[in-house]
Ligand binder design. Structure first.
Ligand code: HAM
Length: 437
């Protein structure tokens, strides 16, 4: 290998891992806004924030999400720790919230406990638009108390309120009920579904064929064009729900209507995690291509018990923040963090020249920042022409021009960069003027 090739090889190695990415300004402004809006909206529904570990015992996810699911069987980043325990980067956070609920004795608190979280999750999926190996979720969970359909509806109402507030337009809510795990309900349905699938097995692709044995419900999730007509002929779960689950589902729909939440029913919405029962839902958003699910969730009564806690009701959702941001950027190209924005914005660029002017500039920067303005103070002296060019490139609104003359006169020049207009102010009046703007 030549030196040049070896050097190139070295450089190539130092790249972000496939499926991970850097999120840069100004896009990060949009991320912060999405998260801040979640804090604001969720707190009006009585939710508090939980911060969870990024890694957990592998067994937690194997038990909660299910050993046969794609997530656990092939997508987790797992490794052996030095004490030989198996650890995994979290592929989702519902399992962790349930673990924390048990570990922190939250069943002693007034029920239900309402928690939300934001942060990165990890799944080794094939990367594409809207699908990453490190991605971010904004999620919420309601644990304990009753399984009243009003809770399901309120969680969904909160979600739709959030999307509205954050400016996501054109989202569609799909709902379904997958019943509970009993012979007269989902188990009976799955047996019938399996029998129906066996009959058409040779017309299905290899993934669906495998799922007939491992997880027949997941066949309904198939996006393969060639399988769609066959899937349309399969039995529907709604016709096999027990009386309680049927009544629960009907009440959830009534409760959504009461809250003015529009929904569409989708009998094929089964979700890819094992812990769900009864209500499941997903939200799609425009501008995302094939990865258009911007949120998924559902009820998971029994999960806390499965993890060693007391019998506990549970329901929640997780928004895919990467997809939410993508959709917002597609629909609102002009907003902060959207495409076509200047690289960075500044309120004031201080163009200074001379020793005395520099001391005044340092103080002016301090005062302006204290008053909440974003200020750029160049570290080395520049000619005014160059400084103003730089201010323009940074998208600054104003240039504060400070030369030794200005300092001696005690009159500072403020230039509005968009119009070129210049005004002179004594220092305190300048701050006052900017504040008023
Ligand atoms: P999930 O459907 O696996 O559910 O993920 C929720 C959302 O995370 C998806 O709708 C999608 O927007 C986003 N997402 C998932 N995988 C990726 C990826 N590889 N790249 C980008 N975004 C992705 C859960 O995780 C459940 N814990 C939700 C829940 C909470 N259910 C009850 N409580």
């Amino acid at each position: 290998m030549s030196d040049a090739t070896a050097k190139k090889e070295e450089r190539r190695k130092l790249q972000a891992i496939k499926g991970t990415r850097d999120i840069l300004p100004p896009e990060t402004e949009l991320w912060n806004r999405a998260e801040q809006t979640a804090h604001d909206v969720f707190s009006t529904f009585g939710f508090g924030e939980i911060r969870l570990p990024i890694f957990e015992p592998t067994e937690l996810f194997a038990r909660a999400v299910g050993g046969e699911t794609d997530i656990v069987s092939k997508e987790m980043y797992s490794f052996e720790d030095r004490d030989e325990t198996s650890i995994s980067l979290r592929p989702e956070a519902t399992a962790s919230v349930c673990r924390a609920y048990i570990e922190q004795g939250m069943q002693q608190l007034p029920q239900p406990v309402k928690l939300y979280y934001t942060g990165p999750m990890f799944r080794r999926e094939r990367p594409q638009k809207g699908r990453y190996r490190q991605f971010y979720q904004i999620g919420a969970e309601v644990l304990g108390g009753t399984d009243a359909p009003a809770i399901d509806a309120e969680v969904i109402e909160m979600l739709m309120t959030y999307f509205d507030k954050v400016g996501l337009h054109g989202a569609t809510l799909y709902i379904n009920s997958i019943g509970h795990n009993a012979d007269n309900c989902r188990r009976g349905y799955v047996a019938q579904l399996k029998a129906a699938l066996e009959k058409v097995k040779d017309q299905l692709g290899p993934d669906s064929q495998r799922r007939i044995d491992t997880n027949p419900l997941r066949v309904l999730d198939s996006k393969l064009e060639s399988e769609q007509a066959i899937i349309a002929t399969l039995p529907h779960i709604a016709d096999h729900l027990c009386e309680e689950c049927k009544a629960h589902y009907a009440a959830v729909k009534r409760q959504l209507e009461l809250r003015g939440v529009l929904y569409e029913e989708n009998w094929r919405l089964v979700r890819g995690l094992d812990y769900y029962m009864r209500t499941t839902f997903e939200i799609t958003a425009p501008g995302l291509g094939s990865q258009n699910a911007v949120c998924g969730g559902g009820r998971y009564d029994g999960l806390v018990e499965l993890l060693g806690g007391p019998p506990t009701k549970g329901i929640g959702f997780a928004i895919g923040e990467d997809r939410l941001i993508l959709s917002l950027q597609e629909s609102l190209p002009a907003q902060a963090g959207g495409k076509g924005q200047p690289q960075q914005g500044r309120d004031v660029y201080i163009a200074w020249m001379g020793e005395r002017a520099y001391a005044a500039a340092v103080h002016a920067a301090k005062d302006l920042r204290k008053a909440g303005f974003s200020v750029e103070l160049p570290p080395v002296e520049q000619k005014f022409g160059k400084a103003l060019g730089q201010a323009d490139k940074l998208g600054a609104k104003y240039a504060l021009i400070l030369g030794d003359n200005e300092v001696s006169e005690g009159l500072w020049t403020l230039k509005t960069l968009a119009t070129g207009e210049q005004q002179k102010f004594p220092e305190p009046a300048l701050l006052e003027y900017l504040r008023k703007l």
